[in-house]
Structure formats: C-alpha cells, structure tokens
Design a protein around this ligand. Structure first.
Ligand code: ADP
Length: 173
C-alpha cells in the first residue's frame, strides 16, 4: 500500500536505457518532483545484446542526472517485483508515449501487483509532447548508419561519436 504521504514514496523507474534518451530524462525529472526517492534501475538482461554495457548505461544516467539529489542510479537483473520490494519501494514508474505503450505495460502492472502480494503499484506518466517520438531503438538504429540523433544527453552523443570514430578507424585501417 502507498505511504499516506507521497513525500515518503520510493519509486523505481526500470528500463533498458540503451541508451538513455531525453525522453527518459524528462520522465525522471518530473517524477523526482513528487517522489521522495527515485531509483532509476538499468535492467541487465542476459538475453539481449546491448549497444552499451550496463556500467556505461549507469554512468550515462549518473552524468545526466547528477543535479537531482533524490535520484539514485542502480542496476538489477531478475524479477522486477522482487527488486522493487528489496529496494523498499512502493511503485514502478513507466512512461507512456502512445496507446501501444499502455497496451504493453498494463499486463505487467497487473502482474507486478499480483506477484508482490499487492505491494507493488505502477505509476504511468505521459511523455511530454516534445519527446513522444523519442526512443532508444531509434537512436540505436540511426547510430548504426553513423547518425547521432539529437534525442540524447551530451554524454551519450559523445559516446556514440567515439564508437563510430573507432569503428570507422578500424574499418579504414
Ligand atoms: P524497455 O524497458 O522497454 O527497454 P526503455 O529503456 O526504452 O524500455 O524505457 C524505459 C521506460 O521509459 C518505459 O516505460 C518507456 O515507455 C519509457 N520511455 C521511453 N522513451 C520515452 C519517452 N520518449 N518519453 C516518455 N517515456 C519514455
């Protein structure tokens, strides 16, 4: 059950963040306004080959959110509901860009509540209009063609540029 006062609320914002985008940063900053403590948790998924390692993704988030005092960056593997309970959190935060996002998220929200014995709620925040089109997958897709999109924080831009410089060098040599 939620704390009586949102000032006591701990929220976990899980995701792949591969890489973190300005859409993720916007959702995090908005939620940090009403959460007491917000844990941004990078999922370490052994079944997916990521563009950036978990350590890199964590460090990009730390760099981009260093000025927000109640935000903590962490990583996790395994069942999200277990991780949320272990962190002493009350709710999962998810961002919604379109109706499809809601359709995908809704069963997970119901499931997380059920398997945590009613403890883990889900909070949905709508994407800000300027970021509804932004996704990590688009960033990765265009990066594969050597394009660094404007949708990412400066630290990620630099990392993508470096990655392509190195790849281009190794292809050239
Ligand atoms: P996934 O866990 O599906 O890999 P991501 O790492 O891409 O998710 O994103 C984590 C969360 O952030 C999800 O709830 C996703 O809907 C949300 N999100 C992603 N991009 C945006 C955006 N541009 N605006 C708002 N929310 C977003």
């Amino acid at each position: 059950m939620f704390h009586e006062n949102t000032e006591d609320m701990t929220i976990v914002y899980p995701g792949s963040f591969d890489p973190v985008t300005l859409g993720h940063i916007d959702i995090t900053r908005r939620a940090a306004e009403f959460a007491h403590r917000l844990v941004v948790a990078v999922l370490d998924n052994p079944h997916k080959e990521p563009m950036f390692s978990v350590a890199e993704r964590v460090s990009f988030l730390q760099d981009s959110l260093a000025d927000v005092s109640n935000v903590e960056i962490d990583s996790f593997s395994g069942l999200l509901a277990d991780y949320v309970v272990k962190k002493g959190a009350d709710a999962v935060l998810r961002g919604l860009r379109c109706a499809d996002d809601f359709g995908n998220e809704f069963p997970y929200a119901v499931c997380n509540k059920a398997i945590s014995g009613g403890r883990v709620e889900t909070i949905f925040l709508p994407a800000s209009p300027e970021f509804v089109h932004v996704s990590s997958s688009i960033v990765r897709e265009v990066a594969n063609f050597g394009v660094v999109s404007d949708f990412v924080p400066p630290v990620v831009r630099v990392a993508i540029e470096k990655r392509f410089l190195i790849l281009t060098d190794s292809v050239d040599s």
